[in-house]
Design a protein around this ligand. Structure first.
Ligand code: SAH
Length: 322
């Protein structure tokens, strides 16, 4: 369909932006319809062993207060969100060794007793762990590749391996998860060409979900002085992902809203069909700060109705060929 060269040209040239966004919106409507899926996001631990250069909860940051929600409270938090109407719970955290495969198994199986789909976003694990989480009832897994530029990947992720990230994605696909990946837009040294590679990678790996977010500098990281990613460029990468992958689920990410006061609603009109409101129980939500000023959801259903869309009552699995 699109050649890498064409993608690069589209990303470099802003004259055709309206046309691009309209096409992405049309393809979204034809393939996944007008419903917007809300996923209740629970950020259950900001303790992390990784040292990702851009991330505010990285192990090197000594300025943040760390927290970990107990397994009992995570289950309660999920129940409250499900009672409030959420049909998908997303459990996200830093790479926190406390949450062993046994503890996660228990949390997952308890939450799956409620009427909900369950997504995990807890980083790199051995295949056996992913297998156990699936057996416990997990349905989906999010793990962004962040960037397909191997050199940049190595710079941004000291002590981690690009190959292992890919291994995780392949294992998750193989085990039958709906798999979400994605990238950051605006990392220092990232080239337009590598964004084109990222988009083609999403297709190649068979992503069921793709989350694109502009990079937002966090004051307590080594990238504090780097300027934020470009909102429009991030939107274009997202629109191209919709055009190429058609029937996948695409969140309007919180990072988009952080950079633009109406960012999420704009993203919903440029290819996105998912929003992930933060439902982390009070007292904890504030501390999971991967970047500053994370936007919160206010009156989201009204806003969704305001653009002629409707909040779905469905679990929101990938709709293959509507
Ligand atoms: N530990 C999990 C979850 C990471 S947080 C994992 O490894 O998958 C979820 C996403 O936040 C990351 O994948 C990254 O793309 C994004 N993120 C982290 N720091 C960010 C920043 N400064 N600006 C924008 N997005 C960021």
């Amino acid at each position: 369909m699109f050649l890498k060269k064409e993608i690069i040209n589209i990303l470099n040239d802003n004259a055709g932006n309206d046309e691009l966004f309209n096409l992405a919106d049309k393809i979204r409507r034809e393939n996944v319809g007008d419903e917007v899926y809300l996923r209740g996001l629970i950020e259950f631990s900001n303790i992390c062993k990784c040292k990702c250069k851009y991330c505010g909860i990285c192990a090197d940051n000594k300025n943040i207060e760390r927290y970990r929600i107990s397994p009992e409270d995570i289950i309660l938090n999920a129940k409250n969100a499900i009672d409030a109407g959420y049909k998908t719970i997303v459990l996200q955290s830093g790479e926190d060794n406390y949450f062993t495969v046994d503890i996660m198994y228990k949390i997952i199986s308890e939450i799956k007793k409620f009427d909900t789909a369950l997504t995990l976003s807890i980083g790199e694990r051995p295949r056996e762990d992913y297998e156990a989480f699936k057996e416990a009832g997990a349905d989906r897994y999010l793990i962004r590749i962040e960037t397909t530029d191997k050199e940049l990947y190595a710079k941004m992720h000291p002590g981690m391996s690009f190959e292992n990230r890919i291994r995780c994605l392949r294992d998750l696909k193989d085990l039958g998860y709906e798999v979400g990946t994605g990238c950051l837009v605006g990392l220092p040294g990232q080239r337009i060409e590598s964004l084109a590679d990222d988009i083609l990678f999403f297709k190649e790996i068979g992503a069921d979900m793709v989350g694109i977010g502009p990079f937002i500098p966090h004051p307590d990281t080594g990238l504090a002085e780097v300027k934020a990613g470009d909102f429009t460029l991030a939107l274009k990468v997202m629109a191209l992902a919709r055009i190429l992958l058609k029937d996948i689920n695409i969140p309007a990410t919180t990072a988009m809203e952080t950079l633009h006061p109406n960012g999420r609603i704009i993203a919903l009109q440029c290819g996105a069909n998912v929003i992930m409101p933060n439902v982390t129980m009070a007292d904890y939500g504030k501390k999971y700060e991967i970047y500053p000023n994370k936007a919160r959801i206010i009156g989201i259903s009204e806003k969704i109705a305001g653009i002629g869309r409707v909040v779905s009552k469905d679990y929101g699995y990938r709709k293959k060929g509507l």
